[in-house]
Design a protein around this ligand. Structure first.
Ligand code: FAD
Length: 468
């Protein structure tokens, strides 16, 4: 069958890879020639600082894509700086393409941006085709308005994971790919090497881009079958760490689901379930966009009067800086501040501590995580915070309140994770590490800023407004 279009443009966004990329796959099927572009969007609402780890990750992924496209097609990636509604239609016109291909993005900013781009493209007679790519399941439906999660998280249907093979086999041959039309041909595009700034490195760092995601998976696969046993222990290398790669699409979720399905172990089944949680929160955001605008999923939780004023601000600063006096909470916050990563168990413990021990609005914690997490993702972060504060879809009941000391005893029994970030506690016997104030040994570490038992009572009173 003849391709529908003479030429098309693939606009890469949160899908910075060539393998198993739905937009690229459809463009290569539909067009005789395919150009690929990436836009550094200057209209992004929360523009990240230049030295941000996530900006570096994106730069590296863009460099790696450019290199790979040059190898495959002899020409690289078109890189733009500006606003999407101006730059994408301008590039499409200058390249003379008839269609632009991209993948769905349901974050509120992206959804609005895509409406504007679609309208602007229509005005120059170019079609915009978008596809499901970030998630396993289609985005609409599956969760009813009462918040019941009809999408039961597993099993993932075999057909969905099978798509990965199809895209990988048929997707990128290089034949139809072409690069920049020449220096200066597209005025907005920095043709040639990706339009990175002079102080950016010329080669991607190891561990980044598609190759980085691949290496990470190679490292994880021998541990996959024990994932269920190890994933909850922050001191050991139990998690799979694909978060940042999934965030920027340097690995395909279908590929991960397929890998999980190929194994029949309980570890693989648990991993698939975790991947499905990601899908679940994407779906919550797509169907209930108000959660992305700061509203509680369960509106009655917006009646809660959160702690405010100087003491709450002091408590919030202590939480951010890892000075609450609860070692597991503090070590977790130091892990976040120093590395941009925090273990899943610790995200739950620290989030619960902020809302239910300090009585501080979950939205403050959500914003702090958004600033610090390498794998920050609006849907998953919001879902995690609303879970911890009990205001979300499928959240933990409000009267279930994590005890930061027993969480520590259970998940970091020997205190190995804690002393990695709080080495001054290493001189305590392991049992005393979880509550140093009880040990009677002088250590350079603050006393707890709140008493957990009292805080718990206060929280139950605070949350009483959600009843009825
Ligand atoms: C308060 C809070 C905030 C969070 N913020 C984010 C965030 O900004 N971005 C983010 O990707 N995840 C977030 N999570 C979910 C989860 O903690 C991380 O996905 C996980 O810790 C990342 O570690 P990992 O990449 O080693 O993956 P693993 O722990 O090995 O899990 C594999 C993958 O499954 C997915 N996943 C696992 N658990 C969840 C979950 N509960 N919700 C959604 N996806 C999940 C992720 O894509 C993850 O990369 C948050 C959880 C909480 C409680």
């Amino acid at each position: 069958m003849d391709p529908t279009y003479a030429a098309g443009l693939v606009w890469l966004r949160r899908d910075l890879r060539l393998a198993d990329n739905a937009a690229l796959f459809h463009a290569l099927k539909a067009c005789r020639q395919v150009h690929c572009a990436f836009l550094f969007d200057t209209a992004l609402p929360a523009t990240l600082p230049r030295q941000d780890r996530r900006v570096e990750f994106i730069h590296d992924a863009v460099l790696a894509l450019d290199e790979r496209l040059r190898e495959l097609a002899g020409a690289g990636l078109l890189v733009l700086h500006g606003t999407a509604a101006e730059e994408i239609p301008r590039l499409a016109s200058e390249l003379g393409v008839q269609a632009v291909f991209a993948n769905h993005d349901d974050e509120p900013y992206a959804a609005e941006r895509d409406v504007a781009v679609r309208t602007a493209l229509e005005q120059v007679g170019v079609a915009l085709h978008t596809s499901k790519d970030q998630v396993l399941f289609e985005r609409r439906g599956g969760i009813d308005a009462g918040g019941k999660a009809l999408l039961r998280l597993h099993p993932v249907q075999p057909g969905l994971a099978g798509e990965a093979g199809r895209f990988l086999r048929e997707g990128v041959s290089g034949g139809a790919l072409c690069g920049p039309v020449g220096e200066g041909a597209a005025s907005g595009a920095r043709a040639g090497r990706p339009g990175l700034r002079a102080d950016q490195p010329a080669r991607p760092s190891p561990g980044r881009g598609e190759a980085g995601a691949h290496a990470l998976l190679e490292d994880f696969l021998p541990r996959l079958d024990r994932y269920d046993a190890l994933r909850d222990l922050p001191a050991v290398k139990g998690p799979s760490y694909p978060g940042v790669h999934l965030r920027f699409g340097t690995v395909s979720i279908r590929q991960l689901a397929r890998l999980a399905r190929e194994r029949s172990s309980s570890g693989a089944a648990t991993w698939l379930k975790e991947l499905a949680w990601r899908d679940f929160y994407f779906r919550v955001l797509a169907n209930f966009p108000q959660v992305g605008r700061g509203e509680s999923f369960k509106p009655e939780y917006d009646r809660i009067a959160w702690a405010q004023g100087a003491l709450a601000d002091e408590h919030f600063a202590a939480w951010c800086e890892g000075r609450t006096g609860y070692p597991l909470v503090d070590a977790a916050m130091l892990q976040l501040n120093r590395t941009g990563y925090m273990h899943n168990r610790l995200r739950m413990v620290t989030a619960s501590f902020l809302c239910k021990d300090l009585g501080i609005d979950w939205r403050r914690g959500e914003r702090y995580f958004a600033e610090k997490l390498n794998d920050y993702d609006l849907a998953a972060n919001n879902g995690g915070w609303q879970w911890a504060s009990s205001s979300g879809c499928d959240a933990q009941p409000y009267f279930r309140i994590f005890n930061p000391v027993s969480q520590s005893e259970r998940f970091d029994a020997e205190g190995k994770f804690i002393v990695r970030y709080l080495p001054q506690l290493a001189k305590l016997p392991p049992k005393a590490i979880h509550a140093p104030w009880e040990a009677g040994v002088p250590v350079d570490y603050p006393p707890p800023i709140v008493d957990h038992a009292q805080a718990r009572e206060e929280t139950l009173r605070r949350y009483a407004v959600v009843k009825g």
